[in-house]
Design a protein around this ligand. Structure first.
Ligand SMILES: [Zn+2]
Length: 325
C-alpha cells in the first residue's frame, strides 16, 4: 500500500489546510477526503494528484469522505464535475445531508437558543458560518448518489482492504478507515488539536459517543493515524488517552463553575478558557463562538447524563446546577 498526503488549502484561517490522502493498492486507488468547495483548494488537490498519479484525479477509483464538515466534503461536486467517481461516506452523516443540511444547521442553532444563547449571537453565527453559504453545495451532494458506509464494511483496493469504523462524536456519523497499522481518522482523532464535539439537540449526548470512540481508539495499539489536519499521529492509543483525560478535566472544570453559581449555559461558555488567538470572548469570531458554545453544551449535557448535574427551568430560562443527591 502506498499513501500520499495532500495538504489541500482551505479558507478557514485557523486550520489553513485539510489533509486528503491518496491511497494506492496494487492497481486501484482511493482518495480520502474531498477538500472544500473553493477554487484554490481544488486546484491544489488536482495538481497534487496529477503529480502522484498518471491520469490525475480521473485515475482515482473511489472517494471516501470521513464526515460532513465543509472542509472535508464540499469539494466533492467539483471533483465529480471533472471525473465522475464512486463516492462514499458514513451512513448517518449522509442521511443528515439528505434530510437537508441547512435544516440540521438550523436545529443546532435552535438547540443553542433553547439553552439561552442570545438571538444576536445566533444571528452572527448564521451570517458567518460556512454552512448557509454552501447550502446549495450540500443539496448537490445529497443528490449525487453518494453511497453509505457502515461499521465493518470493507472497500477493496485489490490487494488491500479499507475497513470502516464508526467513530461518532465530532459528527454523528463520522467514520474512519483502517488498513493494517494505519487509520485514516478524519477529525475524530487529531494530533495537536482537540476535535470539536458540539451538542446538536437538547437530548443528545455527543460527548458520551465521543468518549466511546476514544476508548475504541485507546484499544488500538501500534496504529498510526493519518488525520484530517496537521501531521500524522504516531500512536493512536496514547493520543486517545490524552483526549479522554482532556475531557475528564474539562467536565470537572464545568462542574466547578456550576458549584460556584455560574449556571446559565451561555455564561459557562464565556467563563471557560478557549484555545484561540483571541484575548477575550468578545474578540472571538462568531465561528469560534459557535464551537465554544456547542462544546460547552456537550459537556453540560454529559454531566447531566452522568448524574452530576441537573437541568432546571427557572422563569423560562434553562440552567444547569450540581445534582442534589
Ligand atoms: Zn470536522
Amino acid at each position: 500500500m502506498r499513501v500520499e498526503r495532500v495538504r489541500v488549502p482551505i479558507p478557514i484561517q485557523a486550520l489553513g489546510h485539510v489533509n486528503a490522502y491518496i491511497v494506492e493498492g496494487n492497481g486501484k486507488a482511493a482518495l480520502v477526503e474531498a477538500g472544500m468547495y473553493w477554487a484554490e483548494g481544488f486546484e491544489g488537490l488536482a495538481r497534487a494528484v496529477s503529480q502522484a498519479r498518471k491520469g490525475g484525479l480521473c485515475s482515482i477509483n473511489m472517494i471516501i469522505v470521513t464526515h460532513f464538515h465543509v472542509d472535508h466534503l464540499t469539494g466533492l461536486p467539483l471533483i465529480e464535475a471533472v471525473c465522475p467517481t464512486e463516492a462514499y461516506m458514513g451512513e448517518r452523516d449522509l442521511a443528515t445531508i439528505r434530510r437537508g443540511f441547512t435544516g440540521y444547521f438550523s436545529s443546532v442553532l435552535e438547540t443553542y437558543s433553547y439553552f439561552g444563547v442570545p438571538r444576536l449571537e445566533l444571528d452572527e453565527m448564521m451570517k458567518h458560518h460556512w454552512v448557509p453559504r454552501l447550502a446549495k453545495i450540500y443539496d448537490e451532494v445529497a443528490d449525487m448518489g453518494v453511497r453509505p458506509l457502515r461499521g465493518g464494511d470493507k472497500l477493496s483496493l485489490d490487494d488491500i482492504d479499507l475497513r470502516v469504523l464508526e467513530v461518532p462524536g465530532h459528527t454523528p456519523g463520522h467514520i474512519a478507515l483502517v488498513a493494517g497499522s494505519i487509520a485514516f481518522t478524519g477529525d475524530s482523532l487529531l494530533g495537536n488539536i482537540t476535535p470539536h464535539v458540539i451538542l446538536d439537540g437538547p437530548e443528545g449526548d455527543p460527548l458520551g459517543a465521543y468518549e466511546a470512540t476514544l476508548r475504541l481508539y485507546a484499544s488500538m495499539t501500534g496504529v498510526t493515524a493519518y488525520a484530517g489536519h496537521r501531521d500524522p499521529v504516531p500512536d493512536v492509543a496514547s493520543r486517545a488517552q490524552e483526549l479522554l483525560e482532556h475531557h475528564r478535566s474539562r467536565l470537572a472544570e464545568v462542574e466547578a463553575l456550576l458549584r460556584s453559581g455560574v449556571q446559565e449555559p451561555y455564561e459557562v461558555a464565556k467563563r471557560l478558557r478557549w484555545r484561540t488567538r483571541a484575548q477575550s470572548w468578545d474578540s472571538m469570531s462568531p465561528y469560534e463562538r459557535y464551537f465554544a458554545i456547542g462544546e460547552t453544551l456537550a459537556h453540560l449535557r454529559r454531566l447531566e447524563v452522568e448524574g452530576r448535574a441537573e437541568r432546571v427551568e427557572i422563569n423560562g430560562r434553562i440552567l444547569f446546577r450540581p445534582a442534589q443527591h
